[in-house]
Design a binder for this molecule. Structure first.
Ligand code: NAD
Ligand code: UDP
Length: 319
């Protein structure tokens, strides 16, 4: 296949480029670098099956030549308002990437009779009242809340994808991604994994927002990419959760990072600076992924974090 990946210079997009190239496909990567970095694709410069196009997907997308699949991953993804790369500080860009970017990406898929895969998110479940979250859950989202530029853009993107599927017969897929971590995460995007690992490597206390009782379920990037690749090759059109169901409180997560890095500085509790809307519990029900894709994660938190630490060491100039 020749696959267009939007958001190719980001954390997940760049790993997807690598996986697809490894499988023998050709990749057209597209990005405007608003939160991503050319560093994430530097190793692909000159690759015979890789083409990069710098472009904002909110504008009409033109790709020369045949495209067999479109994977729409372009969107800011961090909720942290303390980071300039957080979506609350890029609010209009976030809504445009989710709404106009999805429309333009679907337009490419329709014109090219290509498959389409949307990167959706566990955030479409909001601060969930059902636990763990199944794909049948409609969510608990404030449409005008402080995270709504992201949550509602993704909900619109899902609705538009299903509308193109039902109206134009687009061969579409929707992956609902739960918290994923690994190499190539931006040091300063404010998400919990880069924040904690870099604080730990600098020997600083880890900043736990609120009481740390809020939970997340962290998936290592290689597991996620495997699930997404299987979904791309499948005939499934309804949304599929991909994530690791191993749930952990943010406090326990901070303790794990300190243990794995040997950081003696402990933790410091900070007021939740994130203006509310921080989901209290999050854990995917992955029954559908198991049934439909025969997929489940295989990399433990200890192993995944240990594989991620050396990357941050290099980025911080400590190795
Ligand atoms: P990221 O910020 O590292 O990557 C996003 C990429 O999209 C960046 O390279 C950015 O420059 C690019 N981009 C943003 N707007 C663009 C535009 N208008 N035109 C072209 N490029 C644009 O974030 P990520 O973690 O890799 O997330 C990738 C996708 O996966 C996003 O759609 C995000 O919503 C989704 N997702 C990620 C997670 C996670 O845990 N990492 C969880 C749920 C959903
Ligand atoms: N968090 C934290 N300290 C930090 C960064 C984040 O305690 O330095 C918490 C945050 O409040 C949230 C969880 O970690 O409860 C995950 O946050 P992240 O920004 O990674 O993404 P989210 O899962 O909220 O989309």
């Amino acid at each position: 296949m020749r696959v267009l990946i939007t958001g190719a210079a980001g954390f997940l997009g760049s790993h997807l480029c690598d996986r697809l190239l490894k499988e023998g496909h050709s990749v057209v990567g597209m990005d405007n670098f608003i939160t991503g970095s050319p560093d994430n694709l530097a190793h692909l410069a000159g690759h015979p099956n890789f083409l990069f196009i710098r472009h904002d997907v909110a504008n009409f997308i033109f790709v020369p030549g045949k495209v067999d699949a479109v994977m729409h991953f372009a969107s800011p993804a961090s909720p942290n308002p303390n980071s300039p790369y957080g979506y609350t500080n890029l609010p209009i860009q976030t809504m445009k990437a989710g709404a106009l970017g999805t429309h333009n990406s679907l337009g490419v898929a329709r014109a090219q009779k290509a498959k389409f895969l949307l990167a959706s998110t566990s955030e479409i479940y909001g601060d969930p009242l059902e636990h763990p979250q199944k794909e049948t859950y409609w969510g608990h989202v404030d449409p005008i809340g402080v995270r709504s530029m992201y949550d509602e853009a993704k909900r619109f993107a899902e609705a538009l994808t299903m509308t193109y599927h039902r109206t134009h017969g687009i061969n579409s897929h929707i992956v609902r991604i739960f918290n994923t971590y690994g190499t190539r995460m931006r040091l300063d995007d404010g998400r919990v994994v880069p924040n904690f690992i870099q604080q730990a490597l600098r020997g600083e206390p880890l900043t736990v927002y609120g009481d740390g009782a809020q939970t997340r379920s962290f998936c290592f990037v290689d597991d996620l990419v495997e699930g997404i690749y299987r979904l791309l090759l499948s005939d499934e059109h309804m949304p599929v959760n991909i994530g690791n169901p191993a749930e952990i409180s943010i406090l326990q997560f901070a303790e794990a990072i300190n243990r794995l890095t040997g950081n003696p500085s402990g933790i410091v509790k900070k007021p939740d600076l994130r203006l509310g809307d921080d989901p209290q519990r999050r854990r995917p029900d992955i029954t559908r992924a198991k049934q439909i894709l025969n997929w489940e994660p295989s990399i433990s938190l200890d192993e995944g974090i240990s594989r991620t630490i050396p990357y941050f060491r290099v980025k911080l100039g400590l190795a």
